[in-house]
Design a protein around this ligand. Structure first.
Ligand code: ADP
Length: 538
């Protein structure tokens, strides 16, 4: 458990990211499930709507013919029995009908029956004199005659006879109270009326009633069994289709409903895609935001750790020179030291330690100025040789005391640089301080000045512990110190190189490091040679 906690603390960023991303991924996955469900449901709902529409069209046509049959074909048996067939005219003249021709067949008179057709204009009955239609009616009536001959009883229900597709008819057997067939009342359906008037009107009315405005681009086509188009299908039909036989009459015709261009399954797909894309976008934005926040938090935590390390480092840095100064000063005050050489030595030590303290305090003050953006520079044409000499001079005592050999390669001529001599001196001092601090047995320093391609350079080389390549970039960050304790025990604030980098950047220059562990280090500052304009402050 402890190990896990330690691991999580060590990988705060990833742990935090995993903890927030997992629910996010879950959320997106759920969204995906719901949206695809919704898509399926919309498709099913659409199919159901199309099915309903087609059923409704069929029912409407059935109702039209059934209602007319009820209205007109329920002729009383008495007019056959009493031979008052013309009474049927009174019945029909009051109730005009479109799309069908009416007729009666009387089985009570002649051996083969009497066939009379109704003339709607003159409201009269006339004997059928032949022709296709008369023939078709006779053919349709024949089976009923056979029933009479056989003496069977009849159930008075409508009979749809479509054996001859050119003469479809609805027949109503008329029976006397004893159940004996006395005649037929019938209508021959007008195919043209059905095709050109009734069907298109019914389709239009039903679709308008059942489908919302956005889906009115559906088309109904009708085809007969021989494959002839009664109502043609749309030219480039796409999308969902549903088909049905027309019920009751014209039952060999098939209606097909074409879903149309704005088919809802396409809407459903589009909505799925758009919604999913939105969800992913939001999730990505959220994940990005979370990542940035976590990273900022992680950095803040790391920085606060570095800062507390910094405080402890600085305290140590302050305490050591102060203690030495106190001891040496006390010895001098008590007059215990008589030899002038010793006095000189102690004086040197006190001076060296105070310089270290000053540099530390300067660094801390500079750092706070840099952080708050108050650091200013006063640029002037500057000879880097003078700056380097002054910086080296301030380390004289310490270098001598610690037994360093110092080489200075300085060319007789060096272009001036536009620089703030004080700031530059501080940068160099920081590099020299590090070179001394991080040298072990080989105590050798080299300061090399030079110029090339419009740049003036100053390089500080030591033969010290060196720096691993992975740390080269990091050491210029504030507070950053190479693996304290493991690599070296030298104390420091972690500010020195950060300040160097800032000062050199303000001079539009660069500072680079060339170093390997155990092989020493070279820090090189490159500054543009004077002649280019430089800012007053940075
Ligand atoms: P510090 O106060 O710790 O010296 P710096 O910013 O000056 O802070 O340096 C950052 C780190 O870079 C140091 O802690 C040290 O590990 C490494 N470093 C700097 N200069 C040298 C050098 N000349 N040789 C070896 N390591 C160095």
């Amino acid at each position: 458990m402890k190990r896990l906690m330690a691991f999580l603390r060590g990988h705060r960023l990833w742990a935090g990211l995993a903890a927030t991303l997992l629910p996010l991924v879950l959320l997106v996955w759920l969204q995906y499930r719901w949206l695809s469900r919704l898509e399926d449901m919309s498709t099913i709902a659409h199919r159901a709507a199309l099915d309903n529409a087609l059923d409704a069209i069929g029912n409407e046509t059935r109702y039209f013919y059934l209602a007319n049959a009820e209205r007109l074909l329920n002729v009383p048996a008495s007019i056959f029995i009493d031979a008052h067939l013309e009474e049927v005219v009174h019945l029909w003249e009051k109730r005009p009908i479109e799309g069908a021709r009416l007729f009666v067949v009387d089985f009570t008179r002649e051996p083969f029956g009497r066939y009379l057709s109704y003339e709607p204009v003159t409201h009269s009955l006339g004997t059928m004199l032949g022709g296709d239609e008369a023939l078709a009616i006779i053919v349709a009536a024949t089976p009923w005659q056979l029933v009479i001959r056989a003496g069977g009883t009849i159930r008075p229900v409508f009979d749809v006879n479509e054996r001859d597709p050119d003469h479809r008819m609805i027949l109503n057997p008329i029976v006397d109270p004893k159940g004996q067939l006395v005649g037929l009342a019938g209508m021959v359906l007008d195919e043209q009326y059905f095709r050109d008037v009734l069907l298109p009107q019914t389709i239009e009315r039903t679709l308008a009633k059942l489908l919302p405005e956005s889906r009115r681009d559906v088309v109904v086509s009708v085809r007969d069994t021989r494959g002839n188009d009664i109502l043609p299908p749309p030219v480039n039909a796409t999308g969902e289709t549903v088909s049905r036989r027309i019920p009751f009459v014209f039952s060999d015709w098939t209606m097909t409903l074409h879903g149309g261009a704005s088919a809802p399954e396409r809407w459903a797909r589009a909505s799925f895609v758009v919604n999913m894309a939105l969800a992913l976008l939001v999730a990505a934005a959220l994940a990005g935001g979370i990542f940035l926040t976590l990273r900022a938090a992680d950095r803040a935590v790391a920085l606060s750790q570095l800062k507390s390390e910094f405080v402890s480092n600085v305290s140590h840095e302050l305490r050591t020179p102060l203690a030495s100064i106190r001891v040496f000063a006390e010895l001098l005050r008590l007059g215990r030291v008589t030899s002038p050489v010793k006095v000189q030595e102690y004086g040197d030590a006190i001076e060296g330690e105070s310089r270290r303290l000053s540099r530390l305090v300067d660094n801390i003050l500079d750092f706070s100025r840099i952080e708050s953006g108050r650091k200013t520079y006063r640029f002037e044409p500057t000879d880097l040789r003078t700056v380097a000499a002054a910086a080296l001079h301030s380390f004289d005592v310490r270098l001598r005391h610690d037994g360093f050999t110092v080489h200075v390669d300085s060319p007789p001529e060096l272009p001036l640089v536009e620089a703030d001599p004080e700031a530059l001196g501080q940068a160099l001092a920081n590099l020299l301080d590090n070179a001394i601090k991080y040298s072990e047995d080989t105590r050798e320093l080299r300061v090399r000045l030079g110029s090339s391609e419009g740049e003036v350079t100053v390089a500080v080389t030591d033969q010290g512990i060196g720096i691993a390549r992975a740390d080269h970039a990091k050491i210029f960050e504030r507070f950053h110190r190479v693996g304290t304790g493991l690599v070296h025990d030298v104390k420091g604030s972690g500010l020195g190189l950060g300040i160097v980098a800032h000062i050199i950047a303000a001079h539009r220059g660069r500072v680079t490091v060339d170093s390997e562990p155990g092989r020493g280090s070279t820090f090189t500052i490159r500054l543009p040679a004077a002649g280019r304009p430089l800012p007053e402050t940075a």
